[in-house]
Design a protein around this ligand. Sequence first.
Ligand code: C2O
Ligand code: CU
Length: 561
Amino acid sequence: MGVKKVVLILAFLGFLYLDGLPLCTASGVHNYTYILKETNFTRLCSTKSMLTVNGQFPGPVLRVQKGDTAFVTVQNNGKYGVTIHWHGVKQPRNPWSDGPENITQCPIKPGKKFTYEVVFSDEEGTLWWHAHSDWSRATVHGAIVISPKNGTSYPFPKPYAEEVIILAEWFKGDVKELIDEATASGADPDPSDSYTLNGQPGYPNNCSIETTFRFPVQYGKTYLLRLVNAGMNEEMFFGIAKHNITVVAQDAAYIKPITTSYIMITPGQTMDILVTANQAPSYYYIAASPFFDSSAPYDTTNTSAILQYTGNYTIPTTIPYPTLPNVTDKAAADNFTTRIRSLASAEHPVYVPKNVTTRIFITVSVNQIVCANASCGGPSGNRLSASLNNISFVTPSTDVLQAYYKSLPNVFDKDFPNLPPYKFNFTGDVGNNTLYPSLGTKAKLINYGDVVEIVYQGTNVGNAENHPMHLHGFSFYLVGTGYGNFGLTNSTKTYNLIDPPEVNTIGVPKNGWAAIRFVANNPGVWFMHCHLERHASWGMDTVLIVKNGPTKETSIRPTPS
Ligand code: C2O
Ligand code: CU
């Protein structure tokens, strides 16, 4: 082959790259290019410039098969530093490409690029990627679709077609300004102006009816919806008018099918849902509404799309709208979430860790910090804050992974405690002694192979709320959940150690608890935080560091170049 021909082929490959198209260089390896840039969008009758990937909102879908690797080169042509996280991808031994800003890497500066090596292992179904710097994930996010390996199939009949459905939030103003102002004042940030479904607020929001997202279906066919809650601050109910839906996977792990008229999904979670077009051919609304039980401000709107049958029929003058539970209806939320069970059965048992070696009990609280002369914008002139075990996380300026790997001093402490500093009636009348957290960058060190149980205990401190807790680098078993204070003997009796769901984000109920278990078999530096962005920015975060095991195969991979 002549030199000229090689150059031409390389130029062609380069063209594919720039186009943002996936380019398969070998089976199981994918290359993507994500260009971060400001793009103009008009929603709710007003136009703004916002940060996007490749000019798209939501961003491009990352498509792989189970066990593949994707190299994603992120070129930052935006105005400020950003990182990208691959939410729910375990990245065995590879925290280098996990993404949270100043936890595993420093931000990709404007004009610079960074290539992530996203290593898939046993995930199958739907996950998502999002920016992990300040609140930039509001506009920088997209789905990850992980198909079964060639020659294998879904544990349900193959759907006729599939569609990604991303729930998100639209802020009329600039999201960075919004959070910067809220941080400066110490007040609650303003809620979003509407939710979006695949980038569109939809009916009945202002200037949104024409552009409502439409999902065409053929009568008699079954479709797979890959649902992502990319929202910032609210859990959501979701349903389709007159159609039952069947949930078959959560967080890229299959579950026993649940047929229901609605679901509840927290920010961070993903669900795979089957819907059969078995109603009279017509238009039907698909809708999502908030589930929010707190006195904090929230976005009270609904978002919708249209399930639109193909064929000839008269378009109804009133399109049926789904009946979703009331905004504070926790019984409705629980009715759905308590039905979620993994596929495990007598024939296909799963190993749920039994002999716990490391027990961590974490209080999850919304707090306040006192400001001089009551000069802040939060309650009583205080600043709003949040904490885990009463420690409000301070993000360091050097990333924790580098500091850990190179033993750099003064970046973080290794003493995140296994218990809160005081015992009190967590979910009762809590008094004032825990309202004020201490500040720190504290990580929890865990030995390779430890069998870890974490109990998250919601508290009535400050403002009780639900908290969707998320852990990077793992999926874990949700073995139990309940209301009130966790009790070591009474609560463990209610554990499901047979077929608990295996997930990466769990909703800790308001004034309740949730218990998770996992084996610490992924060495690395893994962020753990509430996936409500308000709480995460106020310090409801910590870092789990899983130490290296005895061999190369059980150790963090060498630093990439
Ligand atoms: Cu989707 Cu650190 O999170
Ligand atoms: Cu929270």
